[in-house]
Design a protein around this ligand. Structure first.
Ligand code: FAD
Length: 523
């Protein structure tokens, strides 16, 4: 049966087409957004991702779809307004994955209570018609009753505000599917190894390698977009080996705890930790995500590892606010992500954060690089990137249509009755699979809500090729309970082997390689 999302179908499209309008390098939120914008304008689009969609920073966010209360405090009104607008569009276009989340800022001084009440009124105002709900001041008693595990101490009251929350890597997968449904070719496990130039030194395509077969493809394109996050410099150096580094990675870590540490529906936002950072405790998939940190790193990696001082900082801060003591033994998973900061131009300049408003760089060779921004603004970043390519005369002028474009899975009626709600309009097909083969309804692990059918679905319809693809970014077990993820790796490897026709040796390699990755997520 023809399957739009099968690797065979997608690789055949590569074999049949060597000439493209747009080739996007990088399958995080940014690259996928650009590919969708391009394909939905009718351009012949190819996206190549070296490992898996959202393998980089895009699976390691705080899971917020937000304007950024922090940026408001810094007076960055335009950025907040833009992000609040995009937040509203994300809710409309992917309602199965983006939801309203109430946050409470607990206040321990009357001045803070006043300050945050006013500040969040401005936040409400900036969201205009796309508001997620009005903010309000709440009493000390209401704060106590809504946040049962919060230390009371000198508590004066709280301020409630609303923002969005989402599943980052599932959105990436659904974006990849939407790209394909709009005619793009989107491939994971395809690394771009070289940029091709014509005899005037202009970039005219890429060379890429299929990691599964090691086959090399040489492909031409009118525009090549570098959307590789903290890998930006590696691609810029493919263009010009002498190029100076533009990026310096800064690491952000989160820990995941069970729901007993924050039993209600409200998230906690701590606007100023001891050392002046922001810390969130957010309910997510029936657990709690706590973070984050900001640690300057010397190098980037596909699997960044949390530093012990980062873990200590998060646990200490959580312990300063929670009545239930939290220790390392309570951490179900720890994950680290890298944000690209602007590298200093020379020793006299301090490293500073790339403005959260994104940046589009055009190299002499014609390579277009999109960097910075945040998940929440991925659509706008994509629109600006393709508009820029059009302005440069590389593509005909066609209007962007993504403001109202529904993402795969979007379903008018979202019922969060069980964990399958993230599949949106696909949920009924998943249930039908269980009806046909009841054994697929069996749980993967006694501690987990996830079932075998989700693994099968991920392989058949969501382009999962490895145990890591399944357990990190389709079914989020690695982020929710890393030890359980290791325990079910052999089961998942055997399902993959059966579905993809692989042998026992491959299965063994998969288990070993996943166990190594997962060791970074276990304390
Ligand atoms: C700790 C932390 C928390 C955050 N929290 C939030 C949040 O709550 N809300 C929010 O809106 N934003 C948040 N962000 C920001 C957001 O996560 C990022 O802006 C976004 O994920 C960046 O996506 P990207 O596609 O640019 O980069 P990435 O997701 O890193 O994608 C780049 C991709 O390029 C691929 N690649 C690299 N080289 C090649 C090559 N040669 N060939 C093919 N592919 C290649 C990589 O494998 C990778 O998958 C957070 C960021 C961090 C670090």
């Amino acid at each position: 049966m023809f399957n739009l999302f099968s690797r065979e179908t997608l690789v055949n499209q590569l074999k049949e087409n060597t000439d493209w309008d747009v080739i996007v390098i990088g399958g995080g939120g940014t690259g996928l957004g650009v590919a969708l914008d391009s394909a939905s304008r009718g351009f012949k689009t190819l996206l190549l991702e070296q490992v898996d969609f959202a393998k980089g920073t895009s699976s390691r966010s705080t899971k917020l779809v937000h304007g950024g209360v922090r940026y408001l405090a810094q007076g960055n009104i335009d950025l907040v307004k833009e992000a609040l607008y995009e937040r509203g569009l994300m809710l409309k276009n992917a309602p199965h994955l983006v939801g309203d989340q109430s946050f409470i800022i607990p206040n321990y001084s009357w001045w803070d209570n006043f300050f945050y009440t006013i500040g969040l009124k401005v936040y409400d105002f900036l969201s205009g018609k796309l508001s997620f709900g009005r903010s309000s001041r709440i009493s000390k008693d209401e704060t106590k009753s809504r946040l049962k595990t919060l230390k009371k101490g000198q508590l004066k009251g709280g301020v409630v505000y609303h923002d969005g929350q989402f599943d980052d890597s599932r959105l990436a997968i659904n974006l990849a599917q939407t790209c394909i449904e709009h005619g793009a070719t989107v491939l994971n496990h395809f690394k771009v190894t070289h940029l091709l130039k014509n005899n005037t030194g202009k970039i005219c395509g890429v060379q890429t390698v299929d990691s599964e077969t090691e086959a090399t493809y040489t492909l031409n394109s009118r525009a090549v977009i570098n959307a590789t996050g903290v890998f930006t410099d590696d691609v810029l150096k493919m263009d010009n080996a002498q190029a100076k580094n533009k990026i310096r990675p800064s690491q952000g870590v989160h820990v995941v705890l069970d729901k007993s540490f924050l039993p209600g529906n409200d998230a906690i936002m701590i606007p100023k930790t001891k050392d002046g950072r922001v810390l969130f405790l957010v309910p997510w998939h029936n657990r709690v995500v706590v973070g984050t940190t900001d640690t300057l790193m010397e190098s980037h990696s596909l699997e960044p590892k949390a530093l012990s001082q980062e873990i200590d900082f998060i646990l200490e801060t959580a312990n300063a606010y929670l009545t239930k003591p939290v220790g390392k033994q309570d951490v179900l998973s720890v994950f680290a992500g890298l944000r690209p900061l602007a590298a200093p131009k020379d020793n006299s300049e301090k490293t500073k954060e790339i403005s959260r408003s994104h940046k589009i760089i055009k190299s002499k060779s014609g390579l277009i690089t999109i960097t910075g921004g945040k998940w929440t603004t991925y659509r706008r970043m994509a629109q600006d990137t393709i508009n820029r390519v059009i302005k440069l005369g590389k593509l005909p002028n066609v209007k962007c249509i993504t403001k109202t474009l529904l993402i795969h899975g979007a379903d008018g009626a979202v019922h969060k009755s069980n964990h399958l709600y993230v599949y949106g309009s696909d949920k009924k097909h998943i249930i039908a699979l269980i009806e046909k083969s009841p054994e697929l309804g069996e749980k993967l692990h006694e501690r987990l809500e996830f079932t075998k059918v989700e693994v099968v679905w991920a392989i058949r319809n969501e382009m999962a090729r490895t145990v890591d693809d399944v357990l990190a970014r389709r079914v989020r077990v690695l982020f929710l309970d890393a030890k359980a993820a290791v325990e079910i790796a052999p089961l998942v490897a055997s399902i993959l082997a059966k579905e993809l026709g692989r042998n026992k040796g491959w299965e063994k390699e998969q288990i070993a390689s996943f166990t190594k990755i997962a060791s970074h997520y276990i304390l």
